[in-house]
Design a protein around this ligand. Structure first.
Ligand code: ZN
Length: 116
């Protein structure tokens, strides 16, 4: 899992060519971006804040994960079958939503909960 410093470096790299200061919002189309979105969500004061790229709505370990993607502006369901999460929205197993779900499942496995 990436630590905060690495995520910051990554964000800087991605936004290098833009004049505007880096925004917190990044589109979640890779596993790494999903991980970054998860770290941001996890460390946010308000877990329902629209400042988070992704918000968790419902989580059933090893079954499914219902999240709200603030960039897309709608709910996304990631279904886990035989331990493999797959995004119903993107039809992919390597998008940001899947990355977010993998992080959730890891946290759940480690801590037995997703909410501290
Ligand atoms: Zn997706």
């Amino acid at each position: 899992m990436l630590n905060n410093k690495e995520i910051k470096n990554q964000a800087t790299k991605t936004k290098r060519n833009k004049v505007n200061p880096p925004k917190l919002m990044v589109q979640c189309d890779t596993l790494d971006q999903g991980t970054a979105a998860f770290m941001q969500w996890l460390s946010s004061e308000d877990k329902q804040s629209v400042k988070n790229p992704i918000i968790l709505k419902e989580f059933a370990n090893s079954k499914y994960c219902l999240i709200y993607d603030n960039i897309l502006g709608h709910d996304v369901i990631v279904e886990t079958q035989n331990g493999v999460p797959r995004c119903k929205n993107c039809g992919a197993d390597d998008c940001g939503h899947v990355g977010f779900t993998i992080c959730l499942e890891q946290k759940y496995d480690n801590d037995g909960t997703i909410f501290d």
